[in-house]
Write a protein that binds this ligand. Structure first.
Ligand code: PRX
Length: 635
């Protein structure tokens, strides 16, 4: 078990040095010892960031579900793989053992096959957080179909864009979903989306909320009866190391979402290895990540990473506030959760409610706390440490991205001394670099710059579906020979990293990545709107909220501004989803622009954040007078 479970800081440094001095030897050892291969690789790594072309474990053959399920059957067959905690606390939790998971995944995989899904086909999964979501992803992986999970909070139009981009053949959905006290008509959203999705042949529908829904003959099928008739064994499809495992969409600087493509072997090795180490997962532990499987955190650290390690992973359908703000703590107590992984926005929302909810529950099972998705502010960090961890549980502040597939900069629980708001040290094998504005690497400590990575790691995305050029332009063109993250960071006197936030047009709201361009595109569709610009401003709970500056085609008071604001937010909800709604909308007579016509977001950001003491250089503006007008009318 060499190097597989790092226990103290000295060991971290030793293993880290080994991993960067000789990455091929290092990763080969990890891959050999801890995974099940149908055929070993011919070459551990080949790479060229200028193309970019990255291949790990070429020549190897495997199936990731054999690693996540089959190989545990003899040693852990009756161990719980997934604990499903429903939205309604009075509904019984479900414990799915590895044996049962095997059977359910095989049956589901056989249903997919029967409906004509073959290796390489894309299958869109649009489901709430119920066991079928994990099972459907694994069933796709079992037969070599590429899953594209779309977060079930996205609108029909966002769903359609994603289905069409990768030409999915099937959608797996449910009759509806529970979310706190509400129900959502998921199938209705799918039906609307499918009006413009010619590639879809079938829809499989899970019955969850027993809603009367329309089923289109020949296209839509209830899942349950198909499962009942399906065989219990399904031979795994033998996949090549670099065969795509899934596509997951993330926002970018244009309106079109980027379908990040993750491949099989490297992704498996890295997510499993990080999971085990970062959280220091031990055989009898119960691990809970509160993310949704619709995001990368759920893919890597609810499904693949934990299951590859034979872990028990909690899957929670509901929200932290239902039926009250004690729900998370009730679940921790009920299932004796040992590792708890959540987002700063959830911590801030819970902290706002005070500690009385916490005090009602026994949290003594907790050993490790994690956070992910956005920078955690000092106050939230301490609240989490004091009240949830009782100063005994290390907080692993894990920095990573959809594109990176796995955790990149993080403390290793119990090994790395933590520091509030710092993601601390690069994980084993990760070689970060901070870059200055001239494209030079900044060496030494107590510096800040733009965060890049100099060397490939096994779980990095390999391309953008259907647009390799965009992959190259977005990530490998800003700094030659390096992967550019889009984040800014600083390195302190001992080499700890603190992520300071995005330096591009992505805004993180409640931990969700939102590109400004798709939101602006949605607003600009309003017939009264001439143009718009979105920026982020600080928000107590969400981290950032959205501020929109909107110029109308006809100025003057002829339109009711409150109605317009509602209509604009309605458009955004329809095009993207409610998560992208604007908190504030200011109508302006123009937007500050450079002579080349580029909107000066930097200035707009400062005004929205009430930070106008130093607006920086405005001399390059085409229309400097607009700045004062915008400041005078700021909301
Ligand atoms: O800006 C960083 C922020 O989230 C971005 C990635 O978002 P996404 O692809 O949705 O993946 C989120 C879950 C892995 C990053 O570029 N981010 C993520 N984790 C942290 C963070 N910022 C600061 N600290 C973190 N721990």
């Amino acid at each position: 078990m060499s190097n597989y479970h790092i226990k103290h800081l000295e060991e971290y440094y030793q293993v880290y040095r080994k991993s960067v001095r000789n990455p091929e030897v290092f990763w080969e050892e990890i891959a050999e010892e801890h995974f099940m291969w149908r055929k070993k690789w011919d070459e551990v790594l080949s790479w060229d960031f200028s193309k970019p072309d990255i291949k790990w474990f070429q020549g190897a053959e495997l199936n990731i579900t054999e690693n996540c399920i089959d190989r545990h059957l003899y040693t852990r067959g009756d161990k719980t793989a997934i604990i499903f905690e429903p939205n309604d606390p009075s509904e019984a939790a479900e414990h799915i053992s590895y044996k049962q998971l095997h059977q359910r995944v095989c049956k589901f995989a056989n249903v997919l096959k029967e409906k004509g899904i073959e290796k390489g086909d894309r299958v869109c999964i649009y489901l709430p957080m119920i066991p079928e979501l994990a099972i459907a992803t694994l069933a796709c992986a079992r037969i070599g179909a590429i899953h594209s999970v779309v977060f079930a909070g996205f609108s029909s139009s966002a769903l359609a864009t994603r289905i069409n981009d990768s030409e999915c053949k099937m959608v797996i959905t449910s009759d509806g979903s529970y979310r706190g006290s509400k129900t959502i008509d998921l199938k209705g959203i799918v039906d609307e989306a499918l009006e413009g999705c010619p590639s879809i042949k079938n829809v499989l529908v899970v019955k969850r909320i027993h809603l009367e829904i329309e089923m289109k003959a020949g296209r839509d099928f209830w899942l349950q009866p198909l499962l009942e008739n399906a065989a219990e064994q399904c031979e795994p499809e033998i996949m090549k190391a670099e065969d795509p495992l899934f596509i997951l969409y993330t926002s970018g600087s244009t309106g079109k979402p980027k379908g990040m493509v993750h491949t099989t072997a490297g992704y498996m090795v890295y997510t499993a290895y990080t999971f085990k180490n970062v959280f220091q997962y031990r055989e009898k532990d119960v691990y809970w990540c509160t993310a949704d499987i619709g995001w990368i955190t759920g893919h890597s650290y609810i499904v693949y990473g934990p299951l590859c390690n034979g872990a028990t992973t909690v899957l929670f359908e509901g929200v932290p506030s239902y039926p009250n703000f004690g729900r998370f703590w009730e679940i921790v107590e009920k299932h004796k959760v040992n590792q708890f992984y959540t987002a700063p926005t959830a911590i801030r929302a819970l902290a706002k409610e005070g500690v009385e909810h916490l005090e009602k529950h026994d949290l003594s099972s907790l050993k490790v706390l994690g956070t992910v998705g956005e920078p955690i502010n000092e106050e939230a960090w301490h609240w989490y440490d004091d009240n949830v961890g009782k100063k005994k549980s290390p907080i692993v502040d894990t920095w990573w991205q959809t594109e990176t597939g796995g955790i990149m900069i993080t403390p290793i629980a119990f090994a790395t001394p933590t520091k509030p708001t710092y993601a601390t040290l690069p994980f084993i094998g990760i070689q970060p670099a901070l870059m200055d504005e001239h494209g030079e690497e900044i060496k030494g400590n107590q510096v800040d710059g733009r965060l890049c990575v100099k060397f490939p790691w096994p779980s990095m995305a390999r391309t953008i579906w259907g647009d390799h050029q965009r992959y190259k332009d977005t990530y490998f063109s800003a700094y030659e020979g390096k992967y550019f993250t889009g984040d800014g960071a600083l390195r302190d006197e001992v080499g700890y990293y603190r992520i300071t936030g995005r330096v591009d047009d992505v805004i993180i709201v409640s931990g969700h990545n939102l590109g400004t361009a798709p939101i602006e595109d949605a607003i600009n569709e309003h017939p009264a709107v001439a143009e718009s610009a979105i920026v982020g401003f600080p928000h107590d709970v969400k981290g950032n909220a959205l501020y929109g500056y909107v110029t109308l085609k006809e100025t003057g008071e002829s339109r009711n501004h409150d109605n317009l604001r509602k209509e604009i937010n309605q458009l955004i909800t329809e095009q993207i989803g409610p998560i992208a709604k604007l908190n504030k909308i200011q109508f302006t007579n123009g937007l500050p622009k450079t002579r080349s016509g580029k909107i000066m977001r930097r200035i707009l950001r400062k005004i929205a954040s009430n930070d106008t003491s130093n607006l920086g250089d405005t001399s390059t503006l085409l229309n400097p007078e607009i700045v004062q007008e915008i400041m005078d009318n700021v909301l």
